[in-house]
Design a protein around this ligand. Sequence first.
Ligand code: ZN
Length: 311
Amino acid sequence: MTRRILLALGLAASLTSVASAADKLKVLIVDGQNNHNWVVTTPVLVNALETSGAFTVTVSTTPDKSAPKEAWNDWHPKFSDYATVVSNYNGADWPEAVQKDFEAYVQNGGGFVSVHAADNSFGKWEAYNKMIGVGGWGGRNEKSGPWIYVKDGQLFRDTSAGSGGSHGAQHEFMVEVRNPNHPITKGLPAKWMHAKDELYSNLRGPAEGIEVLSTSLSDKTNQNEPNMMVLNYGKGRVFHTTLGHADYSMLERGFYKIIQRGTEWAATGDCKATADVPSDFPTDKVVPVALEGYPKQNTPAPKPAAASVTK
Ligand code: ZN
């Protein structure tokens, strides 16, 4: 069989496995404020989700940090239109009405995905901290809840005094799967090398019903710090990853796959549309390869300093 025929067969197979637009899960990414370059990383998240074929993605951008208070009157996403909300946001408190809507959305079964510094946000918002389980910075300390990490294969809750959130210098590091039977981790290598990123440590929070799916050994704490977690808030499912400091941290197959699966799991409780494990998924011996061909030409860059919803 010639290579061309093989390629044609591969294309046909991939076309049949791609959901039609009506079947795709609707995802809302929220951004607009962050101490990270969200203007660059949101299109990567859009690309990671859309290239799976399982999602249609909308981006909702909050007012800028310097925007007048009235600007927030125009920002009120209809969360309930979406199967999952993905946060790439770390900034000012949302208006109370938006907070209440978001709480009700997850409580009633909406999915939520917290990416990297999204767990720095809203240190005083009680429901949000229950959703993410643990977080860092934002005034968090032992009063926010225990520092959690994995020790001798068990989840350890350290209630001693201290601030929440730390990391050392960025570097490539090994991700170790702690539950290989969860839909998000199923079939992935037990250990795989992740691209240059910040390795979050000392995260604190209520951590009610939290399950740690994967950890990395911190150079700051010498403990196995969680970097993929799942939990429920009411009927809603939450996927929380601490990975994704920058575009170069996200642009590799490992991150793409966990974002795809975490988003699908938050929406449906399973990862049927994102179950495949790509051949270029990193392993404990094969370092991650930077993905090319991003961003897609038709992916609009979100505009800073404006309250807007763009497709
Ligand atoms: Zn960061």
